[in-house]
Design a binder for this molecule. Structure first.
Ligand code: DAO
Ligand code: DAO
Ligand code: DAO
Length: 205
């Protein structure tokens, strides 16, 4: 479709296309509980991928399967996370009082746990390379846009309000970030289900 898609709880809307090749596959909400007391809505996100890349990398293996064979297919999920498909996760900040310190802590917890889960010996170094790029002067007020953009060759770029602040080449890091949004224990289950559904429909058409 060509209409924006609204994440219902935050009211944030996402364009159906980014640039002219990335299409929106699902939207969701990242929440965080503080001291187990209350849940805050931190950001809304949209998951985008290049549909041609999805076909190019996945049709050989999955192009002949039926809808029911594609549904909940574990190999497909893993391949989707590992293949060299251009993807962007766009975050729109909802919480008005984000500090760099709290981002760093949350990042170490969420991304750090995935780096450990998927192994790799360079885990600590990767985490540090990231966090060292979080400069205290960055501000992410409500409404800010952060694009985590995975480009060919497993290069992950971070873009804040249209300005690139860094890029890192790492397949492990790319997989870990993608896992936050569409992996086994995603931030928002509905977003993941939407992505599964849309990837299936790309492969069936
Ligand atoms: O003020 O302690 C607090 C709550 C802050 C929660 C921060 C969660 C940060 C999540 C990562 C945001 C990445 C843009
Ligand atoms: O929600 O826990 C999470 C993961 C967020 C990962 C992305 C954070 C990128 C933030 C860049 C901020 C630079 C000041
Ligand atoms: O930071 O140069 C970069 C690119 C990173 C892209 C992934 C987003 C995670 C940023 C994490 C910041 C941690 C404090």
């Amino acid at each position: 479709g060509s209409a924006p898609v609204v994440e219902p709880k935050s009211g944030v809307s996402f364009p159906p296309l980014l640039g002219n090749s990335l299409r929106l596959l699902g939207v969701g909400l990242r929440k965080k509980s503080i001291l187990g007391l209350k849940n805050i809505d931190v950001y809304a996100f949209g998951v985008y991928a290049n549909g041609d890349d999805v076909k190019k990398f996945l049709s050989n293996k999955y192009g002949n399967l039926s809808a029911s064979e594609l549904k909940d297919n574990k190999d497909l999920k893993n391949d989707l996370m590992e293949a060299d498909i251009s993807m962007t996760v766009r975050l729109q900040i909802v919480y008005g009082k984000l500090s760099i310190r709290s981002i760093r802590n949350a990042y170490e917890e969420s991304v750090g746990s995935r780096l450990q889960k998927f192994g790799g010996s360079d885990t600590k170094e990767l985490l540090k390379r990231f966090t060292s790029q979080f400069k205290d002067e960055y501000k992410l007020p409500r409404g800010s846009l952060v694009d985590l953009s995975k480009e060919p060759g497993y290069v992950l770029k971070t873009i804040i309000d249209g300005k690139e602040i860094g890029s890192i080449e790492s397949k492990l890091l790319c997989k870990s970030i993608v896992d936050l949004y569409i992996g086994e224990d995603p931030f928002d289950r509905r977003a993941k289900e939407d992505v599964d559904h849309n990837v299936t429909s790309i492969l069936l058409h």
